[in-house]
Ligand binder design. Structure first.
Ligand code: GLU
Ligand code: MG
Length: 450
């Protein structure tokens, strides 16, 4: 090796191949919130990273049931985009380092940006936040249900008690391997616990910059599925996996310093945090159409389920759509954040994060005033009291949530028409097909899609 060679940065592709990579999976999350993947063997890695992998633009209008709908922006079988694996975010799916995953950007065949790329939409909002002097961190909380049996005959893996040590011990082997696999992939989960419903588990991901946080949520979900299969289990992130049971949320915690000023301190949210939260609060109806856009999402988002049924904010109020979290006295001010409870894993994490950022930035730009905090369960007020306090119930149906999204100029302009139109076409296809079925059948139709 010459002196010049040793000064060259290490070739990441050689490093992966030398480390034993046998296959690279690369994926996008589509407008149905479904992760769609393509894989290459080791010998094709260099070519795939240089040239990209072909991907039809109709993936933008692929629905939850794999039907292909159309929109004025994306129509028909003609055309090709490039799926470009982003090796800056590559991670092993298991500690043995044989299978790696990288998120993909969608580019044209001339390697130009394309306006249907969901990951690029988030990157634009991240750049906008940086330009405004913000250092935004997002942390996803992922809930899922673990089943034994088969996909045709699934049985919840644990029978409570909620948050109990018995389900903790029942899933101990799975949990240890999961946490180790996440660590090996660079996702340093903060905690894992059995949730309220039978078979339900939550894993909390660490705060990260927006695109990295959305990448990590995709990666973590893949690792959950993979480790579950290795233990003879099946996992589902669908918003409801068992009709009548408490559903699975995908809450987003967000915080931002502004020119080094923290998001909150002992006195509560700082002045810029108030405007950011006010921006999200103002857009919550349209955000519901992005963050909770499945045919069972409204069934999950009901009062007394900690799922954010009411548009209001409150300090440590788990029934408010926006829960301000001051954090422990020993971790403040770094731990102060705002939890957005309305979302679930049927949303596309890139679009969800982009829409949240755009709403927050709009609040900051317009210096929106945050209304008073709500310090009670909003369901405990009368309709009149709620209306006097400005607390509204978030959309009760998928159709209403999608109409609210359609009417939100803040979200539409941030995501762009080339994303919003196909997104609405996909979700409206779902609403008019699977959405017309009884709950039990809607749950069954979605259970193994997420
Ligand atoms: N499972 C609840 C949901 O659907 C969330 C419970 C919690 O706050 O962790 O959003
Ligand atoms: Mg939870």
């Amino acid at each position: 090796m010459s002196v010049t060679d040793s000064l060259q940065p290490a070739d990441p592709i050689n490093a992966l191949l030398d480390g034993g990579l046998r296959m690279l999976i690369t994926s996008i999350v589509d407008n149905a919130g479904i992760t769609r993947a393509k894989s290459v063997p080791a010998r094709r890695l260099r070519t795939a990273v240089r040239d990209g992998i072909g991907l039809s633009p109709v993936f933008a209008v692929m629905c939850t049931d794999d039907a292909i709908t159309s929109s004025p922006m994306v129509n028909g079988p003609v055309g090709d985009n490039r799926l470009m694996p982003d090796l800056t975010a590559v991670a092993p799916l298991g500690p043995d380092g044989a299978v790696y995953w990288a998120p993909a950007d969608q580019l044209s065949q001339d390697h130009e940006p394309v306006d249907i790329c969901q990951r690029a939409a988030l990157r634009r909002q991240e750049e906008r936040a940086i330009a405004a002097g913000l250092n935004v961190k997002l942390g996803f909380e992922l809930e899922f249900t673990v089943f034994t049996g088969s996909a045709d005959d699934p049985r919840v893996a644990t029978l409570g008690p909620a948050y109990g040590v018995i389900p903790t011990l029942a899933l101990e082997d799975f949990a240890i391997e999961l946490l180790e696999a996440l660590d090996a992939a660079g996702v340093q989960a903060e905690q894992l616990h059995p949730e309220y419903a039978n078979g339900q588990v939550e894993v909390a991901l660490p705060p990260a910059s927006p695109v990295a946080a959305a990448d990590q949520s995709q990666l973590a979900r893949m690792i959950v599925h993979r480790v579950a299969r290795r233990h003879g289990l099946l996992a589902s992130f669908a918003p409801i996996t068992v009709a009548g049971a408490v559903g699975n949320g995908a809450h987003i915690h967000f915080s931002a310093t502004l020119n080094e000023v923290p998001f909150g301190d002992d006195g509560g949210p700082s002045s810029h945090a108030k405007s950011l939260i006010a921006g999200v609060l103002a857009e919550l109806d349209g955000l519901t159409g992005v963050l909770a856009p499945s045919v069972v999402s409204a069934d999950r988002r009901i009062p007394s389920h900690w799922a954010g049924a009411y548009a209001c904010w409150g300090t440590e109020n788990r029934e408010a759509a926006l829960r301000y979290v001051p954090g422990s006295v020993t971790s403040r001010p770094d731990s102060a954040n705002c939890e957005i409870k309305i979302g679930d894993a049927a949303g596309n994490a890139y679009l969800s994060a982009a829409a949240v950022l755009a709403s927050a930035l709009d609040g900051l730009e317009r210096r929106l005033v945050l209304p008073d905090a709500v310090d009670r369960d909003p369901a405990s007020y009368s309709d009149q009291e709620r209306s006097d306090l400005g607390i509204r119930r978030l959309p009760l149906t998928l159709e209403d949530a999608l109409s609210a999204l359609e009417q939100s100029s803040v979200i539409r302009s941030a995501l762009g028409e080339a994303i919003v139109d196909p997104f609405l076409a996909v979700r409206r296809h779902d609403a008019s097909t699977i959405g017309a079925l009884p709950l039990e059948e809607r749950v069954r139709a979605l259970r193994w899609r997420y």
